[in-house]
Design a protein around this ligand. Structure first.
Ligand code: FAD
Ligand code: MLT
Ligand code: ZN
Length: 500
């Protein structure tokens, strides 16, 4: 389906096709064109052309669902280089895709057609870290996990954590307003990001790298770029407040016999653990079975029997004895009240990692099982499992379950009201997609849910935003896009509905 749509999609009439002279101009801007410019185009002054396969990594997304046909990838090393490239692209009307670690799950970071890819990976320097305030200022291309390791030495940690931490970049995290596993405790990037340096589509550098915690002077422009998915500016620098790294962690996984029990446990855990609760995740039995069958290293089922649902909780604090006491009391209470059927509490760091692996391996296992239709939604918690069950019976009714569809799994950041529903098919297939969509979006609109809790809109859901936002809101968003990017050069064909 997507292949077909992409093929039908016409290049924006005013956008130009990349030519030899453009590549030569890029080569003159980049300080190290031999390593910072990959192109299949032959030029007389630019670097040696590469084989098209060398661009595969940049043209195809993590799920292998979205495929672009760019012939040019640029990896600038400085904000100045990004600015000069954008200024030139603006004058020449060349469309551009900003790309971070390319771990996005909605097709936002890869081209739709032949847009030039600007990959931020070579902008990976830490600019400063204030050990008193915990304020980190860094290039947008820094890998999330590297940042976390860097500040760990100083007793701090990043306020967000994702399964993709080893590849995703902080600029990509900000551009998608990524949520993840620490959201419950530390909240959204809208609260943690203190400032941004952004290159606008015309090449202007908007230097907003403030480290101030409080600043009420005018519109808070950085907020517009958080979650803008590379449609109105290229983020080149990030200033972010980081919390102290807790010294005591506890992780437990509980087995429960119904989805009502998941909610009941959430309520009890919140009441009991209070301020030390740092994650509350859930996954269904289908997720666990898939992980056991398909995930790599380190995943062992800690339970002897199968159960319909599992809950993972993490507590973190600064006094181990205090936290241990609270968690042990919680376990007793949950067992005595029969709120849970079984439970395991990690006894050491290795067990902490292996319990987390049960939850964090789900996306990887789904990818190994087949081609995954991923839906990342929010809604009142009590309705979540209803959606998963409805989807299973709908696919069954259409004769797809166990046939073209291998599995439907439900998991997610239930503590944040965020469900991930993955439908794993043998291949991306219009016959499967049309049974899922628009049904799932209509379902969510009826319960006032959101069609994207954290992954964003990208290529997948730009045309669908109306299921979650009013026409008046979408019209204002289009005005904002036009204000920043009148030529629609940055990440075209994504994020917002096209003008029909
Ligand atoms: P990319 O995928 O490269 O790009 C994503 C979008 O941001 C694109 O639209 C791109 O154009 C834009 N962009 C990237 N860098 C910039 C920049 N510097 N300036 C402007 N625009 C830019 N997401 C969650 O929210 N929560 C999770 O728990 C979570 N877990 C994940 C687990 C796995 C295993 C995987 C594969 C993905 C997961 N994701 C999750 C999705 C993804 O990792 C996040 O969206 C992440 O923030 C994307 O970062 P990236 O650097 O890979 O960006
Ligand atoms: C997660 O929570 O594991 C991520 O958002 C990724 C996914 O849903 O696949
Ligand atoms: Zn998630």
């Amino acid at each position: 389906m997507l292949h077909r749509r992409a093929a039908q999609l016409q290049k924006h009439a005013s956008h130009n096709k990349l030519e030899e002279k453009d590549v030569e101009k890029f080569a003159s801007i980049l300080s190290t064109p031999e390593t910072s410019l990959l192109t299949t185009l032959k030029t007389s002054k630019g670097p040696k052309p590469v084989d098209a396969s060398e661009l595969d990594l940049f043209n195809n997304d993590w799920m292998n669902k979205y495929h672009g046909q760019s012939v040019c990838v640029l990896k600038p090393k400085t904000t100045q280089e990004v600015s000069e490239i954008m200024k030139y692209c603006f004058e020449r009307k060349l469309a551009v895709v900003p790309q971070g670690g390319n771990t996005g799950l909605v097709g936002g970071g890869v081209p739709v057609l032949d847009e030039v890819i600007i990959n931020l990976g070579a902008m990976n320097k830490i600019r400063s870290f204030n050990e008193i305030s915990g304020t980190l200022v860094c290039d947008a291309g820094c890998i999330l996990e590297s940042l976390d390791n860097h500040i760990a030495e100083k007793g701090y940690m990043m306020p967000l954590d994702l399964g993709a931490k080893g590849s995703c970049q902080i600029g990509g995290n900000v551009a998608t307003n990524a949520g993840g596993l620490r959201f419950l405790r530390y909240g959204s990037l809208h609260g943690n990001v203190l400032g941004l340096e952004v290159v606008l589509p015309n090449g202007t550098v908007l230097d907003g790298l403030s480290t101030l915690r409080k600043d009420n002077t005018g519109f808070d422009l950085k907020q517009l770029f958080i979650g803008s998915e590379g449609t109105i500016g290229l983020i080149t620098g990030v200033s972010i407040i980081t919390p102290r790294r807790p010294s005591a962690f506890n992780v437990a996984v509980f087995a429960v016999d119904s989805f009502e029990a998941v909610q009941n446990v959430f309520s009890k855990v919140k009441a009991h653990c209070g301020e030390i609760l740092s994650a509350f995740e859930f996954f269904d039995n289908q997720s666990l079975e898939m992980v056991k069958a398909h995930a790599t290293a380190g995943v062992k089922d800690p339970f002897q029997d199968k159960h319909p649902f599992y809950v993972l909780i993490e507590t973190s604090g600064s006094k181990k004895e205090h936290d241990d006491e609270k968690v042990n009391e919680l376990l007793e209470e949950l067992m005595e009240s029969s709120a849970i059927v079984d439970g395991v509490l990690a006894q050491d760091e290795t067990q902490v990692q292996s319990l987390w692996a049960l939850r964090e391996s789900i996306p990887e296992a789904a990818g190994k099982l087949g081609s995954t239709y991923k839906y990342d939604v929010s809604m009142p918690v009590e309705l979540m499992n209803e959606l998963v069950e409805d989807m299973r019976s709908r696919l069954d009714k259409h004769g797809l379950m166990g046939n073209k569809v291998k599995e439907v799994v439900g998991y997610g950041h239930i503590g944040d009201g965020n469900l991930h529903i993955n439908i794993i098919a043998d291949k991306f297939d219009p016959a499967v997609e049309e049974v899922i969509e628009p049904y799932i979006y209509e379902w969510l609109a009826k319960v006032n849910g959101s069609i994207s809790a954290e992954h964003g809109l990208g290529r997948m859901k730009g045309e669908k935003i109306g299921y979650s936002k009013s026409p008046a809101s979408v019209a204002i968003m289009k005005d904002i896009k036009h204000l920043f990017d009148p030529e629609n050069l940055l990440n075209p064909y994504k994020y917002l509905p096209s003008d029909k």
